[in-house]
Write a protein of this length. Structure first.
Lengths: 222, 222
DNA sequence: CGTTGCGTTGATCTCTATCAAAAAAGGTGG
DNA sequence: CCACCTTTTTTGATAGAGATCAACGCAACG
């Protein structure tokens, strides 16, 4: 794996020159984690942020009684916990690999000096922040106003791609993870899927949801 | 309207010093728009972003067949279109005032050159984002992992002040509004309050909640 | 006084979490 | 390829939290 090349392909560093990337490489490290391994925990001091090279990690919250709610899943090229390090505080949620993954670890001191040197970097980071902020607002609205069926309908429609005339949603995460992302549990997700199948709006075959009736499904998400 | 004061109250600029706010003020303008007036259109080059001082604006898209779809409504204190600015893109959607409104207009070039000159400003803005995101994470946790009774307990404890030895929470909003803040409806809030009273943890007199047993109440919020 | 809006209380119903267990889907090693 | 074990997914039955609907007390106000 060529790290320079990878970094040049990321949103954050794609305008860097080869030389600048070389400098950057001196201040980062590579972290390999197996599925299920904790990368950081809520409350820990936020000492670094990460970029996913390969695999997937989830950001999640645990309630006192052990219930888990996934806030985000981050895949290749995405940054993780970059917001936490500016508050000079703790990670507000925990992070765990849900696949065997490789990450770039960027310590916070380094990003400070980097930004001083390349203020453009700040613009990129801020653009990422504002996007994430909007995601949160949408997610909160969904959580508090919509029921599971419409949240699922939303998810399916938003994550589907057109393939010779049909909308298909690849289930890139396990249903367990999807349930947690939607703020529910696997049993309930399973029932919601069964409901939509029974209404003939979707069908499922080898880890793909085929959206048979996008119009009616859209009605469901209100 | 004192603009400096307003800017200091926004999450983006609240860690700016007086001097920095002055710098900022030189690079912005105030825009008053009447209800129904277009502020920017989808596809235009994104030349500025906005913060709502008063009123409300909607972000919307027009579908090919002319139907309008509102993506979001922004009210006081909220930022509009800043992702497009930081990304140097075109506006991805249109914006129109749905009430008579007053906005701060921040041109891209101005904020860019300001940050290039004073990279510290970027840090302060980013820490603003960071805090805001953190708030959202906390709120999401509350909504999805805690029940009404603990959300109410949280609210009471966080909004109470000590007054000669007793914790008192002034109900500055109507119960209707508080219910909505807590993500529920007045009936349910009323029952939750009744429950806490019956447990002898709180009592109420002329729009004040007296917290009789902060320790036990804290246990409730877990 | 009647009206209007807020807050409380009661009865009911719906959604979703929980618990339990079966079924399906992956590995793994022989 | 098969038997075995683990993990994921599905299905069923039940219980609980909170929304909904309806009614009533109460204060503010014309």
């Amino acid at each position: 794996m060529d790290i320079s090349k990878f970094l040049l392909s990321t949103f954050l560093f794609n305008s860097f020159s080869e030389k600048e990337i070389d400098l950057l490489i001196n201040s980062i490290s590579i972290k390999k984690v197996n599925k299920g391994v904790q990368i950081f925990s809520e409350g820990q001091e936020a000492s670094a942020f990460f970029i996913v090279i390969s695999g997937k990690v989830k950001i999640y919250k645990l309630s006192p009684d052990g219930k888990e709610h996934t806030l985000h899943i981050h895949g290749k090229g995405e940054t993780v916990a970059e917001a936490a390090i500016f508050d000079s505080m703790d990670y507000p949620a925990s992070c765990m690999a849900i696949e065997n993954s490789v990450l770039v670890r960027i310590p916070r001191e380094n990003i400070f000096s980097l930004i001083r040197k390349y203020p453009e970097l700040a613009f990129k980071m801020m653009s990422g922040y504002s996007r994430r902020l909007r995601q949160f607002v949408l997610k909160m609205e969904e959580l508090s106003l919509k029921d599971i069926k419409s949240r699922l309908a939303d998810y399916l429609l938003e994550n589907s791609v057109e393939k010779n005339g049909t909308l298909i949603c690849n289930l890139v995460y396990s249903k367990k993870e999807i349930a947690s992302l939607l703020g529910t549990i696997p049993e309930t997700l399973s029932r919601a899927l069964a409901f939509l199948k029974q209404k003939n709006l979707i069908s499922e075959e080898n880890n793909r949801i085929i959206i048979k009736d996008p119009e009616k499904l859209k009605l469901f998400s209100e």
